[in-house]
Design a binder for this molecule. Structure first.
Ligand code: ADP
Ligand code: ZN
Ligand code: ZN
Length: 739
């Protein structure tokens, strides 16, 4: 028999199938992981069997080794589908479906597992008893150890030392004489750090919740649109419970950032730790490996994880939930650039199970599809615990400036913070820019300090007194003199979270503050530690970037201040309004979740912008109706797909040449074959240099169908045949951001 094998490699020319012979006594199957020798290479390459046939038309080499762990047939199908849709290698997709940490070459899975040596009797109890009685064993210490193990089956060496007062050498003698033996036992590394575990019961559902729950049928796609705090999570819990009763597992995706123990705890409290697995990038590889196996063995029936958890080897999958479905993190920004929502749709459809998308601010695409009837719309319009939605006021910063207030905090916001401090209520201040100053400019000649590798402005970080590039991490000493005109008149503009924290301390000397942004969050769990500290120590003010927005529940927070709502309006992206509305609604959702009423103050230079205005009443429908008209006029999603052809190279001329050739190729085909699409000319990307690579791009607006897919995949072939020196081409389908 012959196996069709995909070599585990991202090299484009290897993105095809190779035939290898299956040796007589090797148990190779569809999905098997094997080692083969490829070409003239001395080392072995890993491959995955994606087909089996009688014979090959070529002269083939044999498979050399069989590796543990197999991929399910359906995952192979999924990988093929992804490879086509996202224009990448099948092996790149297959990697996502392998147990974490096992994609390296030639490793033995078993050594990756953490084990302890347990000691146990090597003979039956009565044999040992006999030997003690007829004097074969004389040493008291030996007797003690044997008796201890007769009563306790297994123990670690430390246990034996502790409980029998004997030593390692006694144990070793007993092993040598055949009385004891070692047994290796796998220990599960445990990512559940919180150990509270109060059991929670199903809440009595509101009428709205009841209706939603009963509307979810055995299959189909649903959009659960529910205002913040409307009890979506309770719905998820009860849907999962139903599936558990049918012995089916569920996958729930949440954005990476909100995958906190707090989220996981609600599930543990309801279902117990044993049935739950969590998967996200903050876990160590060992932890992820264990969680993966817990799922694969069918022990964990509830899988909670970030984007890539959609590939978990769930046994008897019965339900997929995607919470905060509008979140950007569901789209991968690395190869393979897949959209977990689309993958979920594929899986749900092929398994004929329900898929629930939940959000307080649905993605424009999802809501549009719901309106068209492609997915079923379920609504929760009220907060479940009867708390009111917060009162949002919009504050015009132009007016503030006119009144002579140049600080980052408007007078109104200062007053409200003061009120909160007096009554010991907590405040969150949100500013979507980290660092201290966001750009540095010479006042004489207008020179701005940019990263040498990325052509983007450097940000001043006061704590380390350095300039940092937020794209590549490059650091530089601060600039005191203009390198162009040697003027000393250098000014630091723009303000980030560090500066905000400084200002807060100036105004409120007594207030305790804590800051959360990429600079303060780095170590494992640190993000959670900040939130815990804020909650448990009742810190007065939490200052943070985007990270503070997502799904957290702080009952004592009654005031949220948005320092500059405009920062997301000036994104230079067609989704700027959508992102602004989403962000404002989500931040506002953090206020007043407990018994006290919440207040939100949104500071802006654009009070008339509709995304800002509608966030005042958190009226998603009104926002949607306005935005959708614009999208249609300007021909943006959901009325088309956007395809970004991202080109880069170390040499600018090489890059221009590639861009020109690819454009000509595309244009010729588009005209000759009468494609109904919009092809734009190649232009330098908005950030036209990152990490020493120049960047150009081309954009296509179209309906991404089979025909366009074909065109794109031919374009990539065309590029490969150019055999360029340093150029790279990436095609991204509906990219998250247009920078
Ligand atoms: P969402 O996921 O929509 O933000 P949650 O499920 O977190 O909402 O619910 C918000 C709050 O309301 C939580 O404290 C939750 O315990 C409570 N809650 C949810 N459903 C009910 C219910 N049926 N009865 C009482 N309280 C509820
Ligand atoms: Zn200058
Ligand atoms: Zn840089």
């Amino acid at each position: 028999m012959v196996a069709e094998i995909i070599i585990n490699s991202s090299v484009k020319v290897l993105n095809r199938i190779f035939d290898y012979e299956i040796p007589e006594n090797m148990n190779v199957d569809l999905g098997s992981r094997v080692f083969v020798s490829f070409g003239n290479k001395k080392t072995l390459d890993e491959g995955i069997v994606i087909g089996i046939k009688e014979k090959s038309e070529y002269k083939v080499k044999p498979i050399l080794k069989l590796q543990e762990g197999k991929i399910e047939k359906e995952k192979i199908e999924l990988s093929k589908w992804m490879s086509k849709r996202y224009l990448c290698n099948v092996s790149d997709c297959l990697k996502l479906m392998l147990a974490p940490g096992t994609t390296n070459k030639n490793i033995d899975l078993r050594v990756k597992e953490k084990t302890v040596n347990l000691i146990m009797l090597a003979k039956d109890n009565y044999e040992v008893e006999e030997d003690i009685e007829n004097g074969k064993i004389k040493s008291e210490k030996q007797k003690n150890v044997l008796e201890f193990l007769m009563n306790n089956e297994t123990a670690t060496i430390q246990d034996i030392e502790l409980f029998t007062d004997s030593t390692r050498s006694v144990v070793n003698t007993l092993i040598k004489n055949g009385y004891l033996e070692y047994k290796e036992q796998k220990v599960e590394r445990n990512p559940f750090i919180h150990k509270l575990q109060i059991k929670s019961n199903n809440l009595k559902l509101t009428d709205e919740q009841k209706l939603v729950l009963s509307s979810v049928k055995e299959n189909g796609e649903y959009l659960l649109y529910g205002v913040t705090g409307s009890g979506k999570t309770e719905i998820y819990l009860q849907l999962i419970e139903k599936k558990l009763k049918e012995n089916k597992s569920s996958i729930m995706l949440v954005p990476e950032i909100s995958l906190t123990p707090q989220t996981v705890d609600r599930f543990i409290e309801r279902f117990g730790e044993d049935k739950i697995a969590v998967l996200h990038s903050k876990l160590s590889i060992g932890e992820r490996f264990d969680q993966w196996n817990k799922i694969k063995d069918g022990k964990a029936k509830i899988i909670i994880g970030a984007r890539s958890a959609i590939f978990a080897p769930a046994v008897n999958l019965g339900l997929i939930i995607i919470d905060e479905e509008h979140d950007e993190s569901y789209k991968s920004e690395m190869t393979p650039r897949y959209d977990a929502k689309e993958v979920a749709e594929y899986i749900a459809e092929s398994k004929n199970i329900p898929l629930i998308l939940g959000s307080a601010t649905p993605d424009m695409n999802s809501y549009y599809r719901a309106k068209l009837g492609e997915i079923k719309l379920l609504k929760l319009t009220k907060r479940a615990n009867n708390s009111n939605l917060p009162v949002v006021s919009i504050l015009d910063l132009r007016q503030e400036l006119a009144n002579g207030n140049k600080s980052m905090l408007s007078l109104k916001l200062q007053e409200e913070i003061q009120k909160n401090l007096l009554v010991k209520k907590q405040t969150i201040l949100f500013l979507n820019r980290r660092g201290f100053s966001t750009f540095i400019m010479c006042r004489e000649c207008g020179y701005t300090v940019k990263c040498k590798r990325c052509n983007i402005t450097m940000t001043y970080h006061k704590n380390v007194n350095k300039l940092k590039c937020h794209y590549c991490g490059y650091e530089e000493e601060i600039v005191k003199e203009c390198p162009e005109c040697h003027s000393k008149n250098i000014k630091y503009f723009g303000a980030g979270t560090q500066k905000l924290e400084d200002e807060v301390h100036k105004f409120f000397k007594e207030a305790s503050t804590i800051r959360m942004d990429v600079d303060t969050v780095s170590k494992k769990n640190s993000h959670e530690q900040i939130l815990d500290k804020f909650r448990n120590e009742n810190i007065d003010i939490l200052i943070g970037t985007q990270m503070v927005v997502k799904g957290h529940h702080f009952p004592n927070v009654t005031l949220v201040g948005v320092i500059a709502a405009d920062s997301s309006l000036n994104l230079g992206d067609f989704r700027a309004n959508e992102r602004t509305f989403q962000t404002l609604t989500q931040v506002a959702g953090r206020a007043g979740r407990g018994e006290c009423e919440g207040r939100v103050i949104v500071q802006t230079y654009n009070p008339d912008n509709y995304a800002i205005e509608y966030s005042k009443t958190q009226n998603y429908d009104l926002f949607f109706d306005t935005e959708i008209v614009l999208r249609k006029q300007l021909k943006y999603p959901p009325f088309c797909d956007i395809i970004l052809i991202d080109m880069s190279a170390k040499n600018e001329n090489e890059l221009k040449n590639v861009a020109k050739k690819l454009h000509t190729y595309l244009k010729t085909r588009v005209i000759n074959e009468k494609f109904g699409l919009l092809l734009y000319s190649p232009v330098p990307s908005p950030v036209d240099k990152i990490k020493d690579r120049y960047r150009w791009r081309m954009i296509i607006k179209c309906k991404y169908d089979e025909k366009v897919n074909n065109l794109l995949s031919n374009t990539l072939k065309e590029f490969t045949e150019m055999k360029t020196k340093t150029a790279r081409v990436n095609i991204v389908i509906n990219p998250n951001n247009m920078l």
